[in-house]
Design a protein. Structure first.
Lengths: 139, 284
């Protein structure tokens, strides 16, 4: 096998590579986006929560994942993708917490808390953001 | 360009009769470029073997991969630092809290070393290496952080119509569920991809790696798999474990080479050996 030619195969920043390796070993749901807001990974606990596998979705814009998960805010109103805590953390470059409801692939609603943090690299380079989730109960 | 391997050992200088062939000095590689420019990769104890530079050499660039002791231990014995008419540019990774000057001063000052940085006779210029591409006389250099404890840079150097990658301390297999990983998720991949010559960490045998996960190094097998994935032409297996003597290294490399038909030339690094790449220096 040789190096990839063309295509969209630029290597990820080392911080995202190391984070993905860590996240893939953790026992709670984590989703990572890059600096453009593209979902670049979610781990197995997140797969269980979403009801879909990362192998199936691959990288996708957060708007697309949001469309799949149909998030609602605390009042049960649809939550625009740019208001998702992970996107606010990315845009404002500060941690963000939130409570929301998401729907898995089977349509089941999950009430979750989330903490999202921006990923600032050395020299102030914004690399992306990550969100951890935990379910508060099932609706 | 012409390469000379002045230090091939990892972690600890290991001069003893049983290591004479592969060498006991720690990481240092000299690059002589076709236009007469000199670039030195790392300042391990091998740097004291560099020859005196004549009056024609007025500038030398030293690229430090990181500041672990085995990569800077020889710096205070680098002859060019004591030549008033030579510009020495040292490039290396900053930390999040200290620049390169602040970090090097911790070593090059009493009580660890008798001479302070500011007292060196040469024209010394320290650079926090940017993460990206920058130019040196005769070469274009790309630096990026790679997987090793503490801020650590790998380098890709394009000069004399050839490309070289230098990742002496690198553990791309860390945390991987399988190896090799997809190139997009492989530390250092862009630095290595398609180079004519890769100098890469190959510290452990496969059996040893299992007891050293997270120490920041690769097995010989990891280095060879990576070289294959990255499509390099030649692999210099580097940074030998200090406990490995010549006969053990012979055996490990013979076994690794025989595992299958590798699509690159394997060159186990031996101290004092010379390699050529692309256009050659004239009259040096």
């Amino acid at each position: 096998m040789g190096p990839p030619e063309g295509g969209n195969l630029a290597q990820k920043p080392i911080e995202l590579i190391l984070l993905k390796d860590l996240v893939s070993q953790l026992g709670f749901p984590v989703t990572m986006v890059d600096a453009d807001g593209t979902v670049v990974f979610f781990n197995e606990p997140a797969e269980r929560l979403y009801g879909r596998s990362y192998d199936d979705t691959g990288e996708l814009p957060m708007a697309d994942l949001g469309a799949l998960n149909a998030p609602l805010d605390e009042n049960g109103e649809p939550l625009p993708v740019d208001q998702l805590p992970i996107m606010v953390a990315l845009r404002e470059r500060r941690p963000r917490q939130g409570r929301l409801v998401i729907h898995d692939a089977g349509g089941k609603a999950h009430r979750i808390n989330t903490t999202s943090i921006p990923l600032d690299g050395q020299g102030g380079t914004l690399l992306g953001a990550m969100a951890i989730f935990w379910e508060t109960d099932r609706t | 360009m012409k390469l000379t391997l002045w230090g091939t050992r990892g972690s600890l200088p290991s001069p003893r009769p049983g290591t004479a062939r592969y060498g006991g000095n720690t990481s240092c590689v000299q690059l002589d470029l076709a236009d007469g420019s000199v670039v030195v990769l790392d300042a391990g104890t091998g740097i004291h073997r560099l020859p005196d530079f004549g009056r024609r050499t007025t500038r030398i660039d030293v690229l430090l991969s990181h500041l672990h002791m085995d990569h800077i231990l020889g710096l205070g014995f680098f002859g060019a630092l004591f030549q008033p008419d030579v510009e020495v540019h040292i490039w290396g990774p900053p930390s999040t809290t200290l620049d390169l000057h602040g970090r090097l001063t911790r070593y090059l000052s009493p009580p660890l070393f008798p001479v302070r940085l500011r007292d060196l006779p040469c024209k010394l210029v320290l650079h926090d290496a940017p993460r990206g591409t920058f130019d040196l006389p005769g070469a274009s250099v790309t630096a990026d952080l790679v997987c090793h404890p503490g801020p650590t840079l790998g380098y890709r150097i394009a000069a004399d119509e050839a490309t070289l990658a230098y990742l002496p301390d690198h553990e791309p297999a860390l945390g991987a569920e399988s190896f090799p990983k997809h190139p997009e998720w492989t530390s250092g991949f862009d630095l290595m991809a398609g180079v004519d010559l890769l100098i890469h960490d190959a510290q452990y045998s496969e059996a040893e790696y299992g007891d050293h996960v997270g120490w920041g190094h690769s097995s010989i097998c990891h280095a060879m798999t990576l070289a294959e994935t990255a499509g390099v032409s030649r692999l210099v297996a580097f940074h030998h474990d200090p406990t490995h003597n010549d006969s053990l290294l012979d055996r490990l490399f013979t076994e690794a080479a025989a595992r299958r038909d590798w699509p690159f030339e394997l060159i186990p690094a031996q101290e004092g050996s010379r390699l050529t790449l692309g256009r050659q220096p004239v009259g040096r």
